[in-house]
Design a protein around this ligand. Structure first.
Ligand SMILES: *Cc1c(COP(=O)(O)O)cnc(C)c1O
Length: 419
């Protein structure tokens, strides 16, 4: 870590990895296989970070490794089209109900940023409405989370974002349809799009209330705004068709990443053909990328989706594992008389400390007892369980996790909670 800190800000290339929220020094990973990572000192951990979502098959899945190994000797990047791109696109379009056409990029950030540009072009409007606690990558206009109650014109969440640009983003509380109505009423004909994580995974796991996503769809339709689902986490995780298939709500544009790259850098945005036809070279919305549709990334994504589809019980399996972990953690919390709740959706899970009921929005979630989480995190690490180093990140189960992993995790958690 000391060596890394001399040459990389905070020793890392993405801030949460530096463990600032929980203290201590991060695990430096040497390798991963299935559910397990091994650090540079040879210690093994059951891993619930799983790259923050891409690794639904676990680390170094043989089919994914083989696909990358087969692709690499043929050349790693061309700046010219390859058959690997339509091959992965066809699989995504077949699976995700609202996508007729898509564009590959290299990260979820790029995909969300480009989806917003497309929505603005399509509606010829400037404002975007997002929700507190939802993360859509680090593009300037999306790094805005302030404001509570009534939707407000926002201040940037990061230094270096012009206030004038952040002011193009409106913020409303998650799970509150009335505030969305108020935002549309306050800015008639000016909101291009509403962007939402249909299952919120970046304030800890927060589920959409019954009717919330359908309500957003109706509000957007009434106001002539586009609805963008950021399914970078939920895509191919909530189900093969993402959260939109589970909740039966069709967004105009879907933002994808993580799982569709199988652990290599990929993002995508897609939607109706008429909208996607606005993207260059078909239309006037410019968006490009030297490594977009990279053949190794396409191969890893295709192998991941094919492996998922060949396992007809994959999502049932993930839910069963998740339910087992949830039940064991609830028991452990009860036995230890800890003040904590477990939120879960399939293979996504958060233990929120300091609550009797799971938070439903960011105003609630940010009341969490983060000191209690930090103690828990350290005790889990000591016990050989690698959790995301923040109260506000979801744990990710993969198809490589076993009942034994889950039971071991519960046993370590029981100790950690009573300590
Ligand atoms: C991870 C994430 C992003 C950003 O993706 P990157 O590939 O990290 O740029 C965007 N939206 C959501 C919901 C995410 O979880």
């Amino acid at each position: 870590m000391a060596r890394a800190e001399r040459v990389l800000p905070g020793g890392v290339d993405s801030p949460v990895r530096a463990y600032r929220a929980v203290g201590g020094s991060p695990v430096f990973v040497a390798s991963g296989r299935g559910s397990i990572i091994t650090d540079v000192d040879g210690r093994e951990y059951i891993d619930y970070v799983q790259s923050y979502g891409p690794l639904i098959l676990g680390h170094a899945h043989p089919a994914v490794v083989a696909a990358i190994q087969a692709a690499a000797p043929l050349g790693t990047s061309f700046g010219a089209p390859t058959e690997a791109e339509p091959a992965l696109a066809e699989r995504i379009i077949e699976a995700v109900p609202s996508i007729e056409m898509l564009r590959f990029v290299s990260s979820g950030t790029e995909a969300a940023m480009s989806a917003i540009r497309l929505a603005r072009a399509a509606t010829q409007r400037d404002l975007v409405l997002k929700f507190e606690g939802c993360y859509h990558g680090h593009a300037d206009g999306l790094l805005v989370a302030a404001g509570s109650g009534v939707a407000t014109l926002s201040l940037p969440d990061s230094a270096g974002v012009p206030a004038a640009y952040a002011a193009q983003t409106l913020v409303a509380p998650y799970n509150d349809l009335e505030s969305v109505q108020r935002a549309f009423a306050a800015h008639p004909g000016r909101i291009a799009a509403v962007i939402v994580e249909p299952i919120a995974g970046n304030m800890g796991l927060v589920l959409p209330a019954a009717g919330y996503l359908a309500g957003l769809r109706a509000a957007c339709d009434e106001a002539g705004a586009l609805l963008i689902f950021d399914e970078v986490i939920s895509g191919f995780r909530a189900s093969i068709g993402g959260a939109q298939a589970v909740y039966d709500v069709r967004p105009d544009i879907t933002v994808l990443g993580k799982i569709i790259g199988g652990g290599l850098p990929v993002g995508a945005y897609g939607g109706r053909r008429d909208l996607m036809s606005l993207i260059a070279p078909l239309g006037p919305v410019y968006q490009a990328g030297t490594l977009s549709g990279n053949p190794l990334a396409m191969a890893a994504g295709t192998a991941t989706l094919d492996t998922l589809r060949e396992m007809p019980d994959a999502y049932q399996r993930l839910d069963t594992l998740g339910a087992r972990l949830e039940a064991g953690l609830r028991d452990a919390i009860r036995t230890a008389r800890a003040r904590a709740v477990v939120a879960r959706s399939g293979s996504l899970l958060t233990v929120f400390f300091g609550f009797d009921a799971a938070p439903t929005n960011w105003a609630e979630a940010k009341q969490a007892d983060t000191a209690a989480f930090s103690r828990f995190h350290h005790a889990m690490l000591e016990g050989g369980v690698h959790l995301p180093p923040s109260q506000y990140e979801a744990w990710f189960l993969s198809l490589a996790h076993t009942e034994a992993d889950v039971d071991r995790t519960i046993a370590v958690a029981s100790q950690a909670l009573t300590a």
